[in-house]
Design a binder for this molecule. Structure first.
Ligand code: G3I
Length: 332
């Protein structure tokens, strides 16, 4: 096992997984799976604003520290999510009265968190999910507390704060639904490009776009659209990273064989577009085993059969699509 601070170096594109503290503590096989499979290990939830600072008076770094230490002590890369996300905004911030107080609280947060994890968490999702679900009818930006109180400038401001707090960090703008075929997805990609361009026009650093890649298996991947998106970002000097890969098979009829066949098709098409677009910095799965996934809670199957969203099944056996993925990342 490589020692502290020496990230494992592999040929190919690093593969990673997002880890959750509660399972890390209770399930030794889960912990081992990250060591067996991942070049990068990142906390799934523990670095989110509302978990790090649930009250104005108290910070809770312990769960995140443990997971980040686990990654680094075992020579893995680590990345962080996220400073600005409507889904993890602590209540106390929403009760602050003035814009000035809110901006100051965000600044304090980004500074303190960046500082604590400098050199260990080397890539941050600075802002997550700022694009409206349907930019044509609701957008271009998502209606959030941050947008309502600080305006669109909260995005470049957060990136500028993160860059100042840790000039060595890679700064990522992360979002979902950027890989499918259809006008809503075209518009989401165009909106992302426009946000990146506007930040660059203000000389605000944005290094990568994060593709969450929650792949709905009933939807078609727009291979050419994804490749074009990557090429346009590359022309702006911005790379791609896959941040939350998992497979949503709730509409796929049949059992494991049909689910895995649909998974193989979708992952292969996704990789066709992604790898044509250049070389993503990493591909990170949103978990590691089907035992623990948000998908069965949020999008359960009507037939009650178990979903198969993650690289390893419930017994920690690798899926065929995961083997395809690893092969293609290794040779990319
Ligand atoms: O840890 C507590 C546990 O002690 C308690 O018993 C249990 C009761 O509900 O809750 C546990 O916390 C939950 C936590 O996940 C850990 O499992 C929270 O309630 C729950 O809100 C939290 O959900 C996470 C969600 O983001 C909100 O932060 C999911 O795990 C996580 O998969 C999901 O991830 C998001 C990405 O950040 C952004 N993209 C979409 C993705 C899926 O929604």
């Amino acid at each position: 096992m490589p020692g502290r601070g020496t990230a494992r170096t592999h040929a190919g594109i690093p593969f990673g997984g997002a880890v959750q503290a509660e399972h890390f503590d209770s399930d030794p096989s889960y912990r081992q799976a990250f060591l067996d499979h991942c070049d990068l290990v990142m906390p799934m939830n523990e670095l989110k604003f509302s978990l790090l600072r649930p009250n104005r008076e108290s910070w809770n770094f312990e769960p995140a520290d443990r997971l980040v230490d686990f990654a680094i002590a075992n020579g893995r890369l680590c990345r962080g999510t996220t400073h600005v996300w409507y889904g993890a905004t602590p209540d106390w911030i929403t009760r602050l009265e003035s814009e000035r107080e809110i901006a100051a609280a965000l600044g304090e947060h980004v500074e303190r968190v960046s500082d604590r994890y400098r050199g260990r968490v080397t890539d941050w999702d600075v802002c997550n999910e700022v694009i409206a679900h349907d930019p044509a009818s609701e957008g271009p930006l998502r209606d959030t507390f941050w947008l309502r109180r600080l305006g669109p400038r909260h995005i470049p401001d957060a990136f500028a704060l993160a860059a100042r707090a840790d000039p060595s960090a890679t700064l990522t703008l992360n979002d979902y639904d950027l890989e499918f075929r259809g006008s809503r997805y075209d518009l989401r990609r165009a909106t992302m490009l426009s946000i990146v361009r506007q930040m660059q026009d203000r000389n605000v650093p944005v290094h990568r776009v994060g593709l969450q890649a929650h792949l709905y298996l009933e939807k078609e991947i727009d291979v050419e659209g994804l490749a074009r998106f990557g090429a346009e970002l590359k022309a702006l000097g911005v790379g791609l990273v896959v941040t939350e890969l998992d497979l949503i098979d709730w509409q796929i009829e049949g059992g494991p064989a049909e689910q895995d066949a649909a998974a193989e098709r979708s992952v292969s098409a996704f990789l066709d577009g992604l790898l044509d677009a250049g070389r993503p910095a990493a591909v990170v799965a949103w978990g590691i085993t089907d035992r623990y996934s948000w998908i069965s809670d949020v999008m359960p199957r009507e037939d009650g059969k178990p979903e198969r969203p993650l690289p390893l099944d419930r017994d920690y056996r690798p899926k065929p699509w995961y083997e395809t993925l690893r092969r293609r990342l290794a040779t990319a």
